[in-house]
Ligand binder design. Structure first.
Ligand code: G6P
Length: 368
């Protein structure tokens, strides 16, 4: 089948706009009104999940960022220790494996060489079992893992991953709930989280409504060579993914930092030529983030703040606030990812780069 752009200018844009549909497909049959249906992870999932005392996640690129988000969820919601590592590092070091640890790979393609090699390495260690979160049926990772959760993103053509990422986040949140149940996650909390997940396709649709606003904002990046992305807590890996998207397709050097680390280096780089993008939903870290941003402003930095608390960040010449709708904390990482994807897309358009086929990059890295 020849993939077509369905009327969009690029596959990437089409894939960004497909997210409400593919997220709803990924949830389909995996949740009831109030519960996660853990058979979605495979016939043996129940038995294996009963024994899990810790999690090791291994992945590359965007899939690695999904893993980093999951670490926040698994530790704070499921009460389980979680390590996350890029596959190319994991596979070449001696790893300490705690008893009853579940080994998880995350991969859109299921064929990334380092991730596959890491799984093969892990099989020689004493892991409880292996689980893959994958978008490609019949891929090597799917064939070689004990448990499989298929994201239902459909073929992703754009080299920069978009819809695969948000469906991975959904998969990882379902896993967090399934494991959390066994570690004191209240039924009501599960029901609330499942309810929020069910609302996700609509919430993403709403976030996509920011497209025009962001197109406008993107022009301010036209002459920029560097950008800094900031977040705190679970929004830090979201900021990392935002920076990766921008660098992949617009070739602007973008770095991400946990906002609390600003003082320890990056603040030295801040001047009027350095846009600072902040992922700032109203949560228990927002006040802290706000004071980090004030320091940036005091140094003449130009801020682009994505927040549902527009009033907390009054717009000015130096501060552009992109007003995101308020959503429950548990789905904020997915929702805030959308405007960052759109930002990178529109900046790339302004820059005139090859959005779907960025130079030097491949969709699937099957050789080391
Ligand atoms: C390449 C792609 C990225 C992707 C990464 C991992 O770098 O360009 O978009 O995130 O590989 O790929 P995987 O298929 O394992 O998720």
């Amino acid at each position: 089948v020849v993939a077509d752009k369905g009327g969009y200018r690029h596959f990437m844009l089409k894939e960004i706009f497909e997210q409400p549909a593919v997220l709803s497909r990924t949830l389909q049959g995996r949740i009831s009104k109030t519960r996660v249906m853990e058979q979605a992870f495979g016939a043996d999932a129940e038995k294996i999940f009963d024994q899990v005392k810790g999690v090791q996640i291994v992945a590359c690129g965007t899939s690695y960022h999904a893993g980093l988000v999951a670490k926040y969820w698994l530790e704070s919601i499921a009460g389980l220790p979680c390590n996350v590592e890029v596959a190319s590092e994991y596979r070449y070091r001696r790893v300490f494996v705690s008893k009853d640890t579940l080994f998880i790979t995350i991969s859109q393609s299921g064929e990334t060489a380092d991730t596959l090699a890491a799984l093969r390495e892990a099989k020689k260690s004493h892991y409880l079992a292996s689980l893959v979160i994958c978008n490609a049926p019949n891929s090597s990772l799917v064939r070689e893992s004990d448990l499989v959760f298929m994201t239902q993103a459909g073929p992703e053509i754009g080299v920069a991953s978009t819809k695969a990422f948000t469906t991975q986040l959904v998969a990882l949140q379902l896993l967090t709930i399934a494991l959390g149940r066994r570690h004191g996650l209240a039924e009501q909390t599960e029901a609330d989280m499942v309810g929020s997940l069910a609302s996700l396709p609509d919430q993403i649709e709403t976030a996509l409504g920011l497209d025009d606003t962001i197109k406008h904002v993107s022009e301010k990046f036209a002459d920029k060579h560097h950008a800094l992305f900031l977040g705190r807590g679970v929004e830090y890996p979201v900021a990392m993914e935002g920076a990766l998207k921008l660098k992949e397709i617009s070739y602007i050097h973008a770095e991400s930092y946990p906002a609390g680390e600003l003082k320890h280096g990056p603040l030295a780089l801040v001047d009027a030529n350095m846009p600072i993008v902040a992922v700032a939903p109203n949560n228990d870290l927002m006040e802290k983030l706000k004071s980090n941003l004030e320091e940036v402003q005091a140094r003449g930095g130009k801020l682009f703040v994505f927040s549902d608390q527009a009033d907390a960040f009054p717009s000015s010449e130096e501060v552009t606030v992109i007003d995101v709708q308020s959503v429950p904390d548990t789905i904020a990482p997915m929702v805030y990812t959308i405007p960052l994807q759109l930002l990178s897309y529109h900046v790339a358009i302004v820059k005139g780069t090859d959005v779907d086929q960025p130079r030097n990059l491949a969709k699937s890295v099957t050789v080391e």
